[in-house]
Design a protein around this ligand. Structure first.
Ligand code: WT7
Length: 636
């Protein structure tokens, strides 16, 4: 039977088992699920090609494990509680039984529009229950969903649709975000102009703003479902059939579509959900992420629903109508587990304590964080003011690529330490390597975080580019999965994540590739070249700092105008999350004689740290550095 760990010694015991005999351990975790055909082979793998196959010869459908498997116990229990953007609008609660009906019905809609097993379906929607219905319906018929966070620009959406060759886009007319009403459908129209693969667009009405519908291509969600049957038999999937693609940024090139497959992801997200959050039947669980990110996939939808949980979906933002909104929601629904990002905690902390002070939040048992390192001050504020000193904090470290949490306390079981993700979950074998690839054993060491053995939730490939998958994650340190993070293991063997060691910036818990932002900046007609780095930011964790070289600059040029239009440009090409916080126009970038930009110098300047630039002997023109330093001091 699948385990739920209850004590610290239980954790050590299970961890030991999972390392000594991983196949037996995970075979056991997978047993309780409903298999159309039971697996006989738990794991086949090598990290060289890499090839990773879990429960390879098993057959199943993930949605049968949410619905049919749990139907007798959970029929009338709320699966999804939806809190709208406007606190005065009616909430929606869907029981497992009601959600099942909607998923079956929408599965039939997808089939009637020619979607088959293996086809890709792009989803670009606000946080409304229909988003959950759309993704589960894809999973039910074996279509591969590719959800794109609805803050991305039409260009960014088009790039993702083209890469995945999606046949359909599911979207809405518009959305609500705080006091704003946002129009979505025109953005979709603009994107699909560049996407010949898209045959159908399904539009859910949310705001009711007028939109144009192209006959034969665009259909209203409600009209299609009105005539659709509720009878639907799930498509039988192989364990390793893809479940979804999700794009994320890397150090270089365009975003990569990470592919997650069916059985391993199912087993891993439900195992980690139950154990990390210590969810008990009847609890109300609230994760404030957007479903457009992996956190929402794994810990708003799949992990909780596979565990029979009640999961709360919130459409709005933490600061509207005021900075007490999260706490109001916790009190309104008696939330037991609350999971958010350090950036949200820091921004609410900055608004002052008056929004949290009067809120007792007696129901809260567990607090979680994810997405970026949490600083001690934010950790303590979360612990004292939100958790009222009685709720353990689970600082969960993981990535889009890992599918689920890898290093984290188990709530109330693992003793916590502020800013530490603490210990690896069962099945996870972290190692710390120096830059030459030597393993740093024992405690009190610091280096590159790698994992030396597969777990069921790990991504299997990059969509359409297995070679890039191998290159990105398995080539820096042969034989290991390389996370891109630096880590410290302290004297107690606890892990503390130090942040990215590559050219990925983590802005408010969102990953941005420096190359991606540079490419967007370089599209500006005045820009000759640019270099983007992260810098410490009080609220966002990291901000984006762009050093830009422009042509035809003279006394009369308004730098302000150019800087402004560069920011707008990035906003339009990628989306608001990529908009640089600071743009500095410089006369040249610090390059080596071989033409490589010395980013470490720029990182230091961006952090206003002008000491100790290390070895600069390979710089082509050391004067450039002094010029940049001088100019950077004029930037606020
Ligand atoms: C990167 C992955 C996993 C869902 C959200 C982000 C950073 C994530 C933590 C944490 C310190 C963290 C890492 C990682 N990160 N969680 N608890 N402590 N850093 O997913 O967009 O794939 O980003 O986020 O740097 O590599 P993602």
């Amino acid at each position: 039977m699948a385990v739920k760990i209850k004590t610290l010694s239980g954790y050590f015991h299970e961890y030991q088992k999972s390392v000594v005999n991983p196949e037996q351990f995970w075979g056991q975790q997978a047993e309780d699920f409903f298999w159309r055909k039971k697996y006989t082979c738990v794991l086949k793998w090598n990290f060289k090609e890499p090839r990773i196959e879990w429960f390879k010869d098993g057959q199943l459908n993930l949605t049968e494990n949410i619905f049919e498997r749990q139907v007798f116990t959970l029929q009338d229990q709320p699966a999804i509680i939806w809190e709208p953007n406007d606190p005065n609008e009616a909430t929606v609660q869907l029981t497992y039984g009601q959600l099942f009906e909607k998923v079956k019905q929408f599965s039939n809609v997808l089939i009637s529009k020619g979607i088959h097993k293996g086809d890709r379906v792009a989803i670009y929607m606000p946080m409304i229950p229909d988003l959950a219905v759309a993704m589960l319906a894809c999973a039910r018929i074996g279509a591969v969903h590719s959800i794109v966070f609805a803050g991305f620009s039409s260009t960014a959406l088009a790039d993702r649709i083209i890469d995945a060759e999606a046949k359909m886009v599911i979207t809405s007319d518009g959305s609500y975000r705080g006091s704003k009403q946002i129009s979505i459908k025109p953005l979709i129209d603009e994107a699909v102009e560049k996407c010949p693969s898209v045959e159908t667009i399904i539009v859910k009405k949310r705001t009711g703003i007028p939109v144009t519908m192209q006959a034969g291509r665009d259909f209203w969600w409600d009209e299609l479902t009105a005539g659709a049957s509720f009878d639907n038999v799930a498509t039988v999937m192989n364990a390793e059939d893809p479940l979804f693609v999700l794009y994320t940024s890397g150090s270089t090139g365009k975003p990569k579509g990470l592919v997650h497959t069916t059985a391993g992801y199912m087993v891993y997200t439900s195992f980690t959900f139950r154990n990390v959050f210590q969810y008990s039947q009847g609890d109300i669980y609230f994760c404030s992420a957007d479903i457009g990110w992996i956190t929402g996939h794994s810990y708003i939808i799949y992990g909780p629903l596979l565990s029979g949980a009640t999961t709360l979906m919130f459409e709005g933002i933490p600061t509207w109508p005021n900075a007490g909104r999260f706490w109001d929601i916790v009190e309104k629904y008696n939330v037991n587990q609350f999971y958010t990002a350090p950036t949200a905690i820091r921004s609410l902390m900055a608004e002052g304590n008056q929004f949290v002070e009067g809120k007792e939040m007696k129901s809260l048992k567990v607090l979680g964080t994810v997405g970026e390192p949490i600083n001690e001050e934010a950790w303590h504020w979360y612990h004292d003011h939100v958790g009222k000193n009685r709720c353990p904090i689970v600082d969960t470290w993981w990535q889009t690529e890992t599918g689920g949490v890898l290093i984290s306390p188990l709530a109330g079981i693992t003793p916590t330490k502020p800013s530490y993700a603490t210990l690896p979950l069962p099945g996870i074998q972290p190692v710390i390597l120096d830059n030459e690839g030597n393993e740093l054993k024992g405690n009190s060491v610091e280096g590159n975080l790698c994992i030396e053995f597969p777990w069921p939730g790990i991504a299997r490939t990059i969509y359409g580019d297995h070679e890039r998958f191998q290159q990105t994650y398995f080539s820096s340190f042969p034989g290991y999965y390389f996370t891109g993070d630096g880590v410290k293991r302290d004297e107690d063997g606890y892990y503390r994540i130090l942040g990215r060691v590559d050219d990925v910036i983590n802005v408010s818990g969102h990953r941005m590739g420096t190359a991606e932002v540079e490419n967007a900046i370089n599209e500006h007609p005045r820009v000759v070249e640019s270099a983007v780095v992260g810098f410490p930011h009080n609220i966002k964790g990291q901000g984006i700092y762009a050093f830009v070289v422009c042509n035809d600059m003279d006394e009369s040029t308004s730098e302000e105008g150019i800087i402004h239009s560069i920011k707008i440009g990035v906003n339009n090409i990628i989306g608001p999350i990529a908009r640089p916080d600071k743009v500095l126009i410089v006369s040249g970038l610090p390059k080596t004689r071989s033409g490589k930009i010395m980013r470490r110098i720029l990182r230091k300047i961006a952090a206003s740290d002008y000491t100790n630039f290390g070895d600069t002997s390979t710089l082509l023109d050391p004067m450039v550095v002094d010029q940049i330093i001088e100019k950077s001091k004029t930037l606020k």
